[in-house]
Design a protein around this ligand. Structure first.
Ligand code: DP6
Length: 360
């Protein structure tokens, strides 16, 4: 597939007005996307677990207009009009206009809400952009009812990527790869695909408890963060490493070797932060409590041989990852030992999920 394949032929139907609603989840990367070329083309492949509970629900109301000279839309979050969201969506519309030529022929109302608290330090760009991309695809499917489901998902992922890179990994579940790599047949820089190989039972229903160490807005926006990889002294090595990690992850996912899995994901998380510490300008995005949690996890793992591990986003919050069959002991440990390091004791229990759903 190339970009050209996503430019539609003439539509066969006309649609005057209507409403579409999608819910789309967040995702957590195991091998991180950090560094991009133009239009969210990733510098390296990444793989993520789709989440189940942290979601954005977006309702798109549309009605046709005559004047196509500009975009007309309003954005609401939890029923409140959000002027500050408009520039990002306007940029997104401009980027995808070629692939969705109907965009300037409709007036849109975009009403969105997240299942996770707004100020939780959890980025909503992956769930938000994927939900919007899916709503727009549903409208396109009405204009072209012949469209096949596989193409629908692929194009939704392609469009979501143009909104925010990691959003392309939120359309489907449960293990998703984005970025061209020899390790995964069918992988692409343009859209994400389902991981196509055997995955051991150990990874079914994998748990992710998100410890909210810092609920403020991200200190470094992802755009600024990705740009730090331009001229970064270790960038080339890092991109190479991500490819190697994906190759190494395949036998781990197949055999269910949890110790090797944990070593891989923790190394990825710390490498992401190491990249930020060694860029210019440099950032330390962990907080003292992030390190306290990491040390506690390591101590507990050494003592109990439990399969608890962690990963991090580009921020201070900790994603504690563990297999379902160990969840009762590990949740006990989290509540007794780790929650004390969370801001106001707040944390979110999530788990691996199957992707977005259209709602009525
Ligand atoms: C650290 O997808 O938020 O979460 O493409 O600029 O929107 P943009 O970046 P974004 O970057 C996510 C980076 C990460 C790692 C990951 O999810 O792979």
């Amino acid at each position: 597939m190339t970009e050209q394949d996503f430019i539609p032929q003439e539509y066969t139907k006309t649609i005057e007005s209507g409403t579409i609603t999608w819910e789309s989840p967040s995702n957590i990367a195991l091998i991180k996307y950090w560094g991009k070329k133009k239009d969210q083309i990733p510098e390296n492949p990444s793989i993520s677990f789709t989440l189940n509970n942290c979601k954005t629900i977006t309702k798109l109301t549309y009605s046709r207009k005559q004047d196509t000279s500009n975009y007309e839309f309003e954005v609401y979050l939890d029923g409140e009009k959000k002027e500050e969201f408009k520039p990002k969506i306007e940029t997104f519309f401009k980027r995808v206009q070629l692939y969705l030529p109907f965009l300037d022929s409709y007036v849109f109302k975009i009403e969105t809400t997240n299942t996770f608290p707004h100020s939780s330090g959890i980025a909503s760009s992956a769930s938000g952009m994927s939900a919007l991309a899916l709503c727009l695809m549903s409208l396109e499917k009405q204009l072209n009812p012949e469209m096949k489901d596989d193409f629908f998902n692929q194009k939704a992922s392609f469009l979501a990527r143009l909104g925010s890179g990691s959003a392309c990994r939120s359309i489907e579940g449960d293990l998703i790869v984005w970025g061209k790599t020899d390790a995964v047949d069918g992988s692409s820089d343009l859209f994400a695909v389902k991981y196509p190989y055997k995955v051991h039972e150990n990874f079914k229903n994998y748990q992710d408890t998100i410890l909210l160490v810092d609920k403020r807005e991200k200190q470094v926006s992802s755009t600024v963060g990705h740009n730090l990889m331009h001229n970064h002294p270790f960038a080339i090595e890092r991109f190479k490493q991500a490819h190697e990690h994906l190759k190494k992850l395949k036998p781990i996912l197949e055999s269910g070797n949890l110790n090797d899995f944990i070593a891989m994901i923790e190394s990825e998380a710390l490498t992401l932060h190491a990249m930020m510490m060694t860029s210019m300008p440099y950032f330390i995005l962990m907080k003292p409590n992030t390190l306290k949690i990491i040390n506690k996890i390591w101590e507990y793992r050494n003592q109990t041989k439990s399969h608890i591990g962690f990963t991090l986003d580009a921020g201070a919050n900790v994603h504690v990852l563990y297999p379902k069959h160990e969840s009762s002991e590990i949740l006990e440990f989290i509540k007794n030992e780790l929650v004390a390091y969370c801001q106001q004791g707040h944390y979110i229990c999530d788990e691996i999920g199957l992707g977005a759903n259209q709602l009525l």
